[in-house]
Design a protein around this ligand. Sequence first.
Ligand code: ADP
Ligand code: MG
Length: 238
Amino acid sequence: MLKINDLCYSVVENGQEKKILKNINLSFEDNKIYAITGHNGSGKSTLLKIIMGIVLPNNGSIVYENKEISTLSITERAKLGFSYAFQQPVTYKGLKVRDLLNIASGEQQNLAAMCDVLSKVGLCAKDYIDRNVDEKLSGGELKRIELASVLARKSKVNLFDEPEAGIDLWSFENLTSLFENLKGKTNIIVSHQKRILEIADEIIVLNNGEIVLQGERQKVLPMLSIKTCGRLREGQNG
Ligand SMILES: Nc1ncnc2c1ncn2[C@@H]1O[C@H](COP(=O)(O)OP(=O)(O)O)[C@@H](O)[C@H]1O
Ligand SMILES: [Mg+2]
């Protein structure tokens, strides 16, 4: 169980305090898929970065398996079993796809193991393992390789920021089945894609740094598809 208690994050911009996350309280159970959605700028990426330790909150605690982790570094959280896939995937000069997968899994992987994770993201290992993880790859290819590295890590808590970005719709079946394959873990996926929201157990809606809707997918999804903006405002007032 991962718990977030009273989490607040603000920055100072032009001498004024800008509140980015306001008193966020959430519980993530093991073996469930959580989708976080909401308008651009609502604080989704910031929340994910705070869980991973990339951004430090001003206030609040993060408790994982009854242990306070909000003071732990990114590396310490990774050792505890946290993985993170960036909204904009990172490139690594001089690193090949096979090196990235070896580092991610913590062991020398054979072709069959690399083929297994790469095929889950719709890539053929033979075409990719000797390519450099650099800007010569397309945005969609980089995104898939980053997802493959998260799979190779076999983490307990997977954090994905807009995994669908840059991935063509034809590959969507692959992408959604990838998350279904991760059902034995805790998966927190920031997404705008209905097809990803449809495989979530629970949906959390952020607006302007606040949780305005949350609950089981069956309950939340119909409310989103009616009229997102109106619903968000309604949630905020109520
Ligand atoms: N370090 C920062 N300094 C100033 N503004 C920031 C900083 N980090 C995030 N923000 C702002 O916080 C808001 C939420 O950002 P973000 O979490 O990236 O939103 P989302 O992922 O929901 O689109 C945005 O308005 C963004 O510009
Ligand atoms: Mg974002």
